[in-house]
Design a protein around this ligand. Structure first.
Ligand code: HEC
Length: 136
């Protein structure tokens, strides 16, 4: 199944490339170019490691209720409110600025997410949450 699909995608991309070279705009949006958005391995993990894992460590600390050290952690139900998924919760936590938590007094102190980091995390959480390749 994978092979025909990617072939199909490749021919569409080629089609888009040729037409944009000719100056045509046939709705080949940016989203259709090579990468479909941020991936966990390439874009998300480095931010989470820097801004979340101090508390959401493999063994969570500083009061954090779960760990955020793997791709799968984002797809888990919340340990207490099991009807809520961690990734869904993370959207509102990041949008509202609730996370990373500044209520805990750490040294060095917890840095908030930059605008760019927020954008990447939210884009990833809100869409297909592609994994990417962590082996590189
Ligand atoms: C300084 C420690 C600390 C850091 C850093 C931190 N968290 Fe948290 N997190 C907590 C604590 C404590 C709780 C539980 C209390 C609460 O909900 O405020 C929590 C709860 C959460 C929750 C569930 C409850 C809610 O508020 O929605 C999510 C989702 C979450 N964190 C995501 C993140 C993400 C994503 C990051 C990184 C961008 C992050 N956290 C960074 C300490 C932290």
């Amino acid at each position: 199944m994978r092979q025909p699909m990617s072939k199909d995608r490749n021919s569409r991309l080629l089609f888009c490339a040729v037409f944009s070279l000719l100056g045509g705009n046939i709705g080949c949006s940016e989203a259709e170019s090579r990468s479909e958005g941020p991936t966990y391995c390439e874009d998300v993990r480095p931010i989470v490691e820097e801004k979340c894992v101090r508390c959401h460590a493999e063994t969570p600390k500083n009061g954090a209720p779960f760990s955020l050290t793997t791709y799968a952690d984002f797809q888990q139900p919340h340990p207490v409110a099991a009807e809520l998924e961690v990734g869904e919760l993370a959207i509102s936590a990041i949008e509202s600025g609730r996370m990373p938590a500044t209520s805990v007094d750490l040294d060095p102190k917890v840095e908030p997410l930059t605008k760019e980091e927020k954008k990447i995390l939210l884009e990833w959480l809100d869409a297909k949450r592609e994994r990417g390749d962590c082996s590189e």
